[in-house]
Design a protein. Structure first.
Length: 655
């Protein structure tokens, strides 16, 4: 029996499924059923005589690919053999297996995973005589990230190192040499990394006209999911493959383009009509997820972006509650308010797993995680480690642990292993010497016989602890001062050369300084941290737990009840984006994604005050994204501890 497209799809979806010939841009809003639309489009083509081998369906994840192909099979009632479906990398691998010999590889090439790629980059650095073991040059994993970002954005690797990653020119200029040596080693090893599966696929299309002609002729219909997340290479591949039949249908939402840090380029979707003549633009705007009130707020916010396609989500649901804007005195009261509301929902019969707390950066969740642990509310952190279990946080906390407990072997060894020339065996030898001292002052005075780089590193460690030991432990804020001293004593440089997202990690650590400033008791702080870690670990596999997530990790998901925290200028939007229009627009898209995760109830929290170790107490405005929304789109809900004198600081000036 033929599929009844009209009755199984809404009007907008039906138009795409049936009339999607030629170049087509499908703007599918959040919760609008874009996957369903693509599945029906593929089924329609096959029902109307297009051979499966003439269809290319490209997705971004293996999970999405499997889901779409399974749904196509279920809809048709049979498996469409030879349909080309999968991720960009999967399709690239299939084609390169046939033609790798054209570009200097054997067809049986190996694919390097991330660790293998990093090892080969390290080997390339060593072959050039670079100081790969020193702290003054970025580690191989960072270099690999710089090379990958440059390839996927089509930018010179030196420019990426200098302008994106912030390395000085004398380091940046070495990146071309390393990149060239890395390429040579891959070819000699007959191995490709994941970037090569795209770069070399495009190279085949550009350098060998017969290959481009073969696949451009074969793929009569090309369909691409999540087009707003494509990078330069992926967009060029699609443009070249569609050069014969020009039947290319891309589905995406420019309002949800939030991955520029992964090399995604929103201009690919915004400029699609310019690159493909006579593009038909379809809009799928009916949202099946959220209430009208939540969508009104989302629409009101995203309209402020200049570079976008105009569209407006329309709810397919009955009216619900107005979103709640909840001012809090500071981050600590914000955590308390979130926790109390979660407990209130739970007592009213809601399940923890039906609620999510979303934030711009991981450090926004520190106080919330501690508060949840104290109240025994089970939670999981989606797509990342819990705040206090992140390696850079644990690194710095290790110094505090030694100050609290001189005999903490684990903390001592963690500190030592961060320094050049000290490995596991050397750390064990030094630890044996440490135990001969009765306390930190005695150890500082003691001489441990070491040679070479290990000796230099131990002297650095002792200089750090000598500085920490001089800080008055009875003064207010001594814990914050101690962390600040660690950062200034070389840890920031270490962070930059070890982690590709070191700027985010520095934000975490600056927030940690502000967070610990309220503690005068080091033991109490460490106890709270450890209880938080252990409690969260117990709930890691608890499916009936509250979800904590960055907004980036939450894209594509939904919950009945959502809390978005940290909605103040400088936090969200991030302070580094507020001077650049295109970055502010991506931040606004991030806010739009956060809001549209909510199905039934949306809570927006804004801390009025914050405490900075360096600048003291600071007041700030509600987020730009709140101030630009009409006040009728939300209701203000003040906590029971909200003081009248705070009212003068809670002033929303509409932009």
């Amino acid at each position: 029996m033929m599929i009844d497209y009209k009755n199984q799809l809404n009007g907008d979806q039906y138009e795409v499924a049936v009339h999607g010939d030629g170049p087509c841009l499908v703007l599918a809003g959040a919760g609008s059923g874009k996957t369903r639309t693509l599945v029906f489009r593929v089924a329609y083509l096959i029902e109307n005589g297009i051979a499966p081998e003439n269809i290319l369906l490209v997705t971004f994840t293996n999970k999405a690919s499997r889901e779409m192909l399974e749904r196509v099979e279920k809809l048709l009632g049979f498996k469409p053999e030879y349909l080309w479906g999968g991720t960009f990398h999967h399709i690239g691998n299939l084609i390169l297996r046939k033609y790798a010999n054209k570009i200097g590889y054997e067809r049986n090439f190996n694919i390097l995973d991330e660790d293998d790629s990093v090892s080969l980059v390290k080997s390339a650095m060593e072959s050039l005589g670079l100081n790969v073991k020193g702290q003054n040059f970025p580690k191989a994993r960072i270099v690999k990230s710089i090379i990958g970002f440059s390839r996927n954005t089509n930018q010179p690797v030196r420019d990426v190192a200098e302008e994106i990653y912030g390395y000085p020119d004398f380091i940046a200029e070495k990146m071309d040499e390393i990149s060239g040596a890395y390429e040579e080693k891959k070819k000699k090893s007959n191995a490709m990394d994941f970037d090569d599966l795209l770069v070399n696929w495009l190279k085949l299309l550009l350098d060998f006209p017969e290959i481009k002609e073969k696949y451009s002729n074969q793929f009569k219909y090309i369909l691409v999911d999540e087009y707003q997340d494509t990078n330069f290479i992926q967009a060029e591949i699609i443009r070249n493959l569609s050069s014969v039949h020009n039947n290319v249908l891309v589905v995406g939402d420019d309002s949800q383009s939030i991955y520029s840090f992964r090399a995604a380029d929103v201009k690919n979707i915004l400029n699609f009509p310019k690159l493909f003549n006579n593009t038909k633009i379809f809009k799928i705007e009916k949202n099946y997820r959220s209430t009208p009130q939540i969508l009104d707020l989302a629409n009101s916010s995203i309209r402020n972006n200049v570079n976008q396609f105009e569209k407006s989500l329309m709810a397919d649901r009955d009216d619900g509650y107005l979103p709640a804007l909840i001012p809090a005195r500071d981050e600590h009261e914000q955590a308390s308010l979130v926790t109390r509301k979660i407990m209130g929902f739970y007592r009213a019969g809601k399940n923890y797993e039906d609620m999510a707390v979303l934030y711009r950066s991981s450090y926004h969740s520190a106080e919330i995680q501690l508060q949840l642990s104290k109240m025994n509310i089970p939670y999981v952190v989606r797509g990342g480690m819990r705040y206090f279990e992140q390696s850079h946080i644990k690194d710095v906390i290790s110094y505090l642990k030694v100050l609290s407990n001189f005999s903490d072997e684990i903390a001592w060894k963690r500190i030592m292993l961060m320094f050049e020339g000290i490995g596991e065996k050397k750390a064990e030898k030094i630890w044996q010497e440490i135990q001969l001292a009765s306390d930190l002052p005695q150890l500082i005075e003691r001489k441990i016989k070491l040679t070479g780089k290990a000796s230099d590193s131990w002297e650095k460690i002792m200089r750090i602890f000598s500085r920490l030991n001089k800080i008055d432990k009875n003064q207010r804020g001594f814990i914050a001062e101690s962390i600040d001293a660690v950062l200034e004593s070389g840890y920031e440089a270490y962070l930059k050369n070890v982690y590709e997202n070191y700027r985010d990690r520095m934000d975490d650590l600056q927030q940690l300084i502000n967070f610990v400033a309220i503690y005068n008791d080091l033991d109490k702080l460490l106890t709270d941290v450890m209880l938080s870690e252990n409690f969260a670990g117990e709930n890691e596999n608890n499916r009936r737990a509250l979800v904590l997530s960055t907004i980036h990790q939450a894209k594509g998901l939904e919950w009945p009840i959502v809390f978005v925290v940290g909605l103040r200028d400088g936090q969200f939007p991030h302070h580094k984006s507020m001077e650049k229009a295109h970055e502010l627009e991506e931040e606004r898209r991030l806010f739009y994604v956060a809001v549209t995760r909510a199905k039934d109830e949306l809570n927006l929290l804004y801390p009025i005050r914050s405490f900075s170790y360096k600048y003291g107490e600071q007041y700030s405005k509600p987020s730009t994204f709140i101030r630009e929304i009409d006040a009728g789109k939300y209701m203000v809900e003040k906590g029971r501890n909200f003081r009248e004198e705070d009212d003068e600081n809670f002033v929303i000036e509409y932009d």
